[in-house]
Design a protein around this ligand. Structure first.
Ligand code: NCD
Length: 318
């Protein structure tokens, strides 16, 4: 059971075995991260560059910490201050960085597909930290690990993904992963926030929270991504909370032991009740953050191993 890819650009190309290999390896890092000494030197001597072309708090911090715990030299490029502002293209920036011999590039970009394009131009491993509305693979993996630990399995579960599905790469990567692992996925939200072509996703679609949550094992809430909306998709935030915001009353329709998830950042009182988000008996939001570091350590370790193998087989010229 091995993961043989050169990059982690999305969930789409992964097999069940790839997903299991990544999650099993992450378990090892969950244990390490809970101990007093959090270092494993598997990336010692390697260089990791984080390029975030979009704002990020937890994902960037998580990748940075993951790299440092694995012993890599980690550099955070401040993309706001970079030459992109002077008109340099994404590809030129990538080629410039590539000439500095990084081993791992972690990239977040507002355009769907930008990270794939970049991966074709560089000679190191690339991890997608979120590209537009397309994919956010490490988020789906950390969600999967959180679910597997909380529910004891990652198959034959009913997972309700609720809210702004249309603008969400988190939803897209989760739909792909949960589908591959043979779960039942429901999308719950107003029709204006459902993506085009949703009928082909192999999911059930609901525009009523109570019906959509009925009997669910997992309730995954999403942020209203206002920065990706060009126009009004909802009548008002108040109205949205009333119909689609998760509170104890709506959650009562899910299974008694259903867990509540949110990738963050949260809009309390818009998509989720603040008290519920903080309820440690229902909410696994903090566990998601914890699993994030472990999953990123696992993904970077496995990609670095594959990179080493590829370099041994075809040493670079010059
Ligand atoms: C998500 C993202 O950036 O796609 N956040 C995250 O990575 N934790 C979700 C969001 O921005 O709402």
């Amino acid at each position: 059971m091995t993961f043989r890819a050169s990059h982690l650009l999305g969930i789409e190309p992964l097999t069940q075995d790839d997903i299991r290999a990544l999650l099993d390896r992450a378990e090892h890092y969950v244990a390490l991260n809970r101990g007093p000494s959090k270092h494993a030197e598997v990336l010692a001597g390697m260089t990791q560059i984080n390029m975030f072309f979009e704002a990020s708090t937890r994902t960037q911090a998580s990748f940075e910490l993951a790299g440092k715990r694995l012993g890599a030299d980690v550099m955070n490029m401040s993309m706001a201050a970079s030459s992109l502002k002077k008109g340099e293209t994404l590809i030129d920036t990538a080629l410039t960085l590539n000439a500095m011999h990084p081993d791992l590039l972690v990239v977040r970009h507002p355009n769907s597909g930008a990270v794939d394009l970049l991966a074709q131009k560089v000679t190191c491993a690339v991890l997608n930290a979120g590209d537009g509305r397309h994919e956010h693979p490490t988020q789906a993996l950390l969600d999967a690990l959180t679910i597997r630990r909380a529910r004891g399995r990652l198959h034959r579960l009913t997972v309700a993904i609720c809210g702004d599905i249309a603008h969400s790469r988190v939803a897209r990567s989760n739909i792909l992963l949960l589908g591959k692992m043979e779960n039942r996925v429901r999308l719950v939200g107003p029709p204006t926030l459902m993506p085009a072509g949703v009928a082909d996703f192999g999911v059930e679609v609901f525009d009523d929270m109570r019906a959509g949550l009925e009997g669910a094992d997992v309730v995954m809430m999403l942020r209203l991504q206002k920065e990706r909306m060009d126009g009004a998709f909802i009548p008002s935030e108040r109205e949205y909370y009333h119909r689609f915001g998760l509170d104890a009353e709506k959650l009562a329709h899910a299974r008694e032991d259903a867990i509540v998830m949110h990738p963050g950042p949260m809009n309390r009182g818009v998509e989720i009740d603040g008290t519920l988000a903080d309820d440690i008996n229902r909410s696994v939001i903090q566990e998601q953050v914890e699993m994030g570091v472990a999953v990123r350590m696992a993904a970077m370790e496995l990609l670095a191993e594959n990179l080493q193998l590829a370099r041994e087989e075809a040493p670079p010229h010059g």
